[in-house]
Design a protein around this ligand. Structure first.
Ligand code: SAM
Length: 205
């Protein structure tokens, strides 16, 4: 495949209000697609893309500096299976991306909003669960990691109680799952990292 330019790594929808078609992000929509929600500087995203050339990876990030950095790094590393979208995650999952497009959604070290009065900003809440469920293909999985004990407890309670997901054990230790940029910072500070994984359930109406 022809190497990408930094501009081509950024996925810019033709119409932000119309929803995107499966083939408009990557040329072959039959390949597995994994989403990294709030991908930050993209170390996890880029390592996954390098390790799994047979899969495609889309990072969602709202900070433009981080988007530009990932685009440059993807080109430098010769990756053709990674794209980033500069957009708010809830909108991207709930409306923009095609339903059932993803084989995995990774939500890694989302902003913890540690103050009690700000906790309603946390990404894991029932509205966003519907968006995550919407983009996952049948049987696909949602993976979550945080260093924040209170957020972990709250998020796992919300997802465990939801009929949209059932809990799975965390990945086998031999499976490739690189450390993220924020994770490395917390590990260096000796913080405890907690992880959870769920499978998308079919809704019986
Ligand atoms: C704490 S950082 C974690 C980054 C990365 N996942 C990691 O583990 O290194 C959270 C990231 O999510 C992004 N973010 C937060 N809320 C977002 C939203 N609503 N939409 C898109 N990105 C968001 C932030 O800009 C930031 O880059």
């Amino acid at each position: 495949m022809t190497p990408l330019t930094p501009a081509a790594v950024e996925f810019i929808p033709a119409d932000y209000f119309a929803g995107v078609t499966p083939g408009s992000i990557f040329p072959d929509s039959s390949r597995p697609l994994e989403l990294d929600v709030g991908c930050g500087d993209g170390t996890f995203l880029l390592q996954m893309a390098g390790h799994y050339p047979e899969r495609d990876f889309l990072g969602i990030e709202r900070l433009s500096g981080r988007i530009r950095k990932i685009c440059r790094r993807a080109v430098r590393e010769g990756l053709t299976n990674v794209r980033v979208i500069h957009l708010e995650s809830a909108y991207t999952l709930s409306w923009l991306l095609p339903a059932g497009c993803a084989s995995r959604v990774h939500l890694l070290f989302p902003d913890p909003w540690p103050k009690k009065r700000h906790a309603f900003h946390r990404f894991v809440h029932p509205d966003n669960l519907a968006g995550i469920h919407r983009v996952l293909a049948p049987g696909a999985s949602f993976l979550f990691k945080t260093d924040h004990a209170d957020y972990f407890e709250e998020a796992t309670a919300v997802v465990d109680q939801s009929p949209l997901f059932t809990r799975l054990p965390w990945l086998d230790a031999t499976e490739f799952y690189p450390t993220t940029d924020f994770e490395q910072q917390w590990l260096d500070q000796g913080k405890l990292i907690q992880s959870a994984r769920w499978q998308r359930q079919e809704l019986v109406l």
